[in-house]
Ligand binder design. Structure first.
Ligand code: ZN
Length: 438
């Protein structure tokens, strides 16, 4: 894989990369690491940031499945050795320093763009980098490479804010040969078990075909976190070397879902033969170390599935039967980890949230949603006038004067999403009977 053309670039990159020493690494902050890598390898900075966002939510501490490392999740089997060759940096440097990790990813992308014949002028156009980004996904099916690259461009279009901020912009990626590959889910088969899911079967060596009538009942739902991207996880289950699979995988950004193993068959996700045989395994895109991955959208669509599974298989909706991978006896994993919100997930699975509803009534057209029960908490979104919202629980917070007078009551309408009660038309003003206090 590492051929002559690569070695020529290695020499050039090593010279150009002379600044990538400990001093650059010590600079630390994501934006400067991205600025310098972008400048050194002539890769658009915001494209690098969007790739980093897709791979790790810009978290250098992300520890990936199989040793994939750093903010760009350089992969042991694919991009890491290429980055080593291109930059002359060691694996320890590339994984240990954010500056080196980003530079390594930029070097790999630049190498791929040179192979595609991108000119200097073309390199300044973010839309021309689709091919190199798709190749960064590694040796995966074209449909998964397209999913991977589309994710990066979708995020670039939508913009994002985290450790670094990228403003929304129009994008029109030139997909080249990937233009003929259907976008994920548009032409693929739907799941025969759960129609919202895209059906993308795992490799036949990664699960066991079963007859549940013979192998016994399904007693558990096992909750996992992927330690890798949505696309990478679906690809991992298709890779016969992985010898693992889960039934379903959910995407962080919007709660989209793909099924890899039929419910009647036995996924290899719990590292415990007995529990595998008696459970459905559900993966969630993210890293256990970073709560930013655990979005309301993902909790809701995952819980909607678990609500169906528990009804269908007669599984009690409690923490004895809806368990984390780390709770499986003999488990050597700890997912979903300390940031997974079990209380909220079980609320959703049990439908407790049906206790309260309200209709947004605001003269300004949209009502701010805040991260806590008070006007001092940051605005995390908004809901349009006339929207019906579910009230999970209520508590006293800061005083607000609005449509229905003055009130100190705040409503939690999602995970860490709060609105003042004075802009909600409810069965009664203030605290609503039957709605729990938060
Ligand atoms: Zn797991």
């Amino acid at each position: 894989m590492v051929g002559r053309a690569l070695l020529a670039v290695v020499a050039a990159a090593t010279l150009a990369g002379a600044a990538a020493g400990p001093a650059a690494a010590a600079a630390g902050r994501a934006p400067s690491a991205f600025d310098s890598a972008a400048a050194r390898y002539d890769v658009p900075r915001d494209l690098l940031l969007s790739l980093g966002w897709a791979q790790s939510r810009l978290d250098q501490g992300a520890v990936g499945r199989g040793g994939d490392c750093g903010v760009m999740q350089l992969s042991v089997g694919r991009t890491l050795p290429v980055a080593e060759a291109l930059t002359g940096l060691s694996r320890g440097d590339l994984c240990g320093s954010e500056a080196a990790n980003v530079a390594g990813a930029a070097a790999v992308l630049r190498f791929y763009s040179d192979r595609d014949g991108l000119s200097s002028a073309a390199r300044s156009d973010v839309n021309r980098w689709y091919g190199p980004v798709a190749r960064f996904a590694g040796p995966v099916d074209d449909s998964i490479a397209r999913l991977f690259a589309d994710t990066v461009y979708d995020q670039l279009a939508a913009g994002f804010a985290g450790p670094a901020r990228v403003a929304a912009r129009p994008v029109a990626p030139e997909r080249g040969r990937f233009e003929d590959v259907p976008a994920w889910g548009t032409a693929s088969e739907r799941s025969p078990d759960h129609p919202p899911a895209v059906w993308a079967p795992a490799h036949k060596d990664n699960y066991e075909v079963a007859n549940r009538e013979k192998s016994g009942p399904i007693d558990f739902v096992v909750i996992h976190v992927t330690q890798g991207s949505y696309a990478g996880t679906i690809a991992w289950f298709k890779n016969p070397e992985s010898e693992v699979s889960a039934h379903y995988t959910f995407r962080s950004s919007d709660g989209a879902v793909t099924q890899s193993v039929r419910e009647k068959d036995i996924g290899w996700h719990a590292a415990n033969k007995d529990y595998n045989a008696r459970s459905i395994g559900i993966e969630h895109e993210g890293f256990i170390e970073n709560p930013a991955w655990f979005t309301d959208a993902m909790y809701r669509s995952s819980a909607a599935l678990t609500r169906i599974l528990t009804r269908e298989y007669g599984i009690p909706r409690d923490r004895k039967h809806i368990i984390g991978h780390g709770e499986v006896p003999t488990a050597d994993h700890t997912d979903p980890g300390p940031y997974w919100n079990w209380t909220y997930y079980l609320e959703l699975v049990n439908g407790n949230f049906l206790k309260g509803t309200g209709i947004v009534d605001t003269p300004t057209g949209r009502l701010n949603v805040r991260g806590g029960p008070g006007t001092g908490s940051p605005v995390v979104g908004s809901v349009a006038d006339g929207t019906k919202v579910t009230i999970f629980c209520q508590r006293a917070g800061s005083k607000v004067t609005g449509t229905f007078g003055t009130s100190t009551v705040w409503n939690r309408i999602g995970m860490d999403r709060w609105v003042s009660s004075t802009y909600l038309r409810t069965s009664q003003p203030g605290f609503i009977p039957r709605v729990p206090r938060c």
